[in-house]
Design a protein around this ligand. Sequence first.
Ligand SMILES: [Zn+2]
Ligand SMILES: [Zn+2]
Length: 246
Amino acid sequence: MGKPDAKQYSLTILVNDCIAFDAGCLGFISPLTIQERVQHVVLSHAHLDHIASLPIFLDNVFQTRSDCPIVYGSDATCHALRTHLFNDVLWPDLIRLSKEESPFLEMQTIRPGESIEIEGLSIEAVALDHAIPTLGYIISDQNSVIGICCDTQPTFEFWERLNRHSKVNAVFVESSFPNSMKSLAEKTHHLTPDDLRCELDKIEHPEAQIVAIHLKPAFYDSIVQDLETLNHPRIAVGKPNRVYSF
Ligand SMILES: [Zn+2]
Ligand SMILES: [Zn+2]
C-alpha cells in the first residue's frame, strides 16, 4: 500500500496495444515503440489529466509513420481541443497543419449513445455525469465486455447500458477521493469508495470484476484504506502498468 509506483498521475488505458483510452500519460510511455503501435486515441473528456500528453504523443509518432492517429471525442471535447490546446498558443494548431502538411491527427466526433467499430472492437459511448461533458465507454468483442467509467459522479445510464450486455467481464471505475472528502468529491463530480460501493448495486452482472482507478495520488493511501474497508470481493485497486486480460 502506498508504493510510489502504484500511484497514477494521469490517465491512459491501452486496449489491445493499438487503442488508447485517454491521453493523460500516453505521450510519456517508454519505450516509444509502445506509442507507435497506438492508432486510435479515444477521449473521455477534456480535463488535463486525460489529455495532457496528447500533443506530446502526436509529436512523438509524427515522424515515424505514414498514416496518422485518429482522435475520437465528443463535440465538447473536440471543441475544447481546438479552442484551448491546438490554438497556436499552448501548442501549434495541429488540426490546421494536418490539412497543409502530412497529417498529425484526424479528429472524429463520437456522440453519446453511438457505437464505433475499431480494430475488431465495438466501442459504445455513454454520457457520464461529470463537471464537463464526459463519455464512458463499453468495449466488446465476441469474447469479452469491459467498461471504462471515468470521470463521473454517481451515474445511471452507463450501468443501464452495461446491463444490456449478456455478460460483463470487468469495469474500470474511478474512485478519486477518500470518503472523508465527500464534499469535495461532490463539488468536483467524482466518486468516493462509498459512492463506488453504491454504484455496484446498479450493475446486474455479479461476475463483473470492478477495478478502482484514478485514485488521486495525494490521497492514495486513504482511498485504498477506504476501498479495503469495503471488504468487497469484487472490488480491486487498479495497478498502473499491469496488463489485464479478459
Ligand atoms: Zn475530469
Ligand atoms: Zn480525471
